[in-house]
Design a protein around this ligand. Structure first.
Ligand SMILES: Cc1ncc(COP(=O)(O)O)c(C=O)c1O
Length: 366
């Protein structure tokens, strides 16, 4: 079989090529390349889509988290509760603030932070909860918000993998104080480079992020605090505006492909399950099985991409060994790392290719 990628960015580009070239020319001819009208328009569209008051474009999903935590006042000595089963950036940004990440194990059904274990790690130093909607599956925001309200904690949602995901019609990212997004090319709403966004209903948070992204300088060379260079550029915003128009279609197509996999594979491996009222956007379609390594090998042998997100839980990463966590601390996250594999999923993925992928998996399991 020809090589099957995890996602086919070139196919997405080909479909919108004319519009992309047109907008590229328009931006280049405008002479305005950073934080201009396209960024403003994109921010407006995202805020409308999310039904929130403010959206502020930044340079990456990592920066979106970092600046949101900073704007929320997270500082040295604070504790922020998050999941050990995520991309490293989630935890890096807590550490950038000088705060301490406190982990809570995941619900093995959803791979998301288990809200029923959350309260036991809350201390007088806890300031915020940082749930991640991993693989595009909403974390249990209803339960998380109840706990946060009970304890007076802030909630910042890492929606890097979940653009458009919902719980009972409400989009994730709009439950907490702020939601953060990544527009890295592989994301459901991906640019042709890096980009990120913070959404919020709080004018104060929006203003602070707006200031922080540009050296805390509103105008001229007067700086009110120590900020960053985290500006979103016009070309990315213009490209993202084009893709934004199709985001519902892209997510629906991912969901159709996910349903196909589940129908084919549910007797063979553990497939992702959507809770009632949840709208999963399948940034990844992640199965779990004790035969993971054999499946991975068989797929690769056939030229089919498949990736382990994530092979090592965050608390066991070398970079944070100094925090003193050890194997066995978060058994569900660790077990997931041994059993998960993500299969190719993207709007252009054909039924024939999906059938071939499923055949390889069935052959290994039978
Ligand atoms: C859960 C999660 N958080 C944060 C990020 C960081 O986003 P970016 O790569 O745009 O900095 C990512 C990106 O992979 C992610 O998956």
């Amino acid at each position: 079989m020809d090589n099957v990628p995890m996602l086919d960015l070139k196919a997405t580009f080909r479909e919108i090529k004319d519009e992309v070239i047109k907008t590229l020319t328009e931006v280049l001819e405008s002479g305005r390349y950073v934080l201009g009208p396209k960024v403003k328009e994109f921010e407006k569209r995202v805020a409308e889509f999310y039904n929130v008051k403010f959206a502020v474009g930044v340079a990456s999903g990592t920066d979106a988290l970092h600046l949101a935590l900073s704007a929320a006042g997270i500082k040295e000595g604070d504790e922020v509760i998050t999941t050990p089963f995520t991309f490293f950036a989630t935890v890096e940004t807590i550490l950038y603030r000088g705060a301490l990440p406190k982990f809570v194990d995941i619900d093995p059904e959803t791979f998301n932070i288990d809200p029923y274990q959350l309260e036991k790690v809350i201390t007088p130093k806890t300031k915020a909860i940082l749930p991640v909607h991993i693989f595009g599956m909403p974390a249990d925001m209803e339960e998380i918000m109840k706990i946060a309200d009970r304890h007076g904690l802030l909630v910042i949602e890492d929606c890097a993998q979940a653009f458009g995901a919902e719980i009972k019609g409400k989009k994730v990212g709009s439950f907490g104080l702020a939601g953060t997004f990544s527009f890295y090319p592989s994301k459901n709403l991906g640019g042709f480079g890096d980009g990120g966004m913070v959404i919020t209903d709080s004018e104060e948070i929006a203003e602070k992020v707006r200031s922080l992204r540009n050296h805390c300088s509103k105008e001229g060379y007067f700086h009110k605090c120590i900020g960053h260079n985290s500006r979103l550029d016009e070309i990315q915003a213009a490209f993202l505006l084009i893709k934004m128009r199709k985001i519902k279609e892209y997510n629906e197509k991912r969901r159709q492909r996910a349903l196909f996999y589940t129908t084919q594979l549910k007797e063979y491996v553990k497939c992702p399950k959507e809770k009632e009222g949840y709208y999963h956007v399948y940034h990844q379609y992640t199965i779990r099985t004790p035969l993971r390594d054999r499946i991975l090998k068989a797929l690769h042998k056939e030229g089919i991409s498949a990736v382990v997100y994530y092979p090592l839980a965050i608390h066991l990463q070398e970079a944070i060994r100094y925090l003193g966590y050890k194997k066995g601390d978060f058994p569900e996250a660790e077990k997931a790392c041994d059993e998960v594999v993500s299969l190719p999923i993207y709007p252009e993925l054909s039924v024939e290719t999906q059938e071939q992928i499923c055949e390889v998996i069935k052959r290994v399991v039978q």
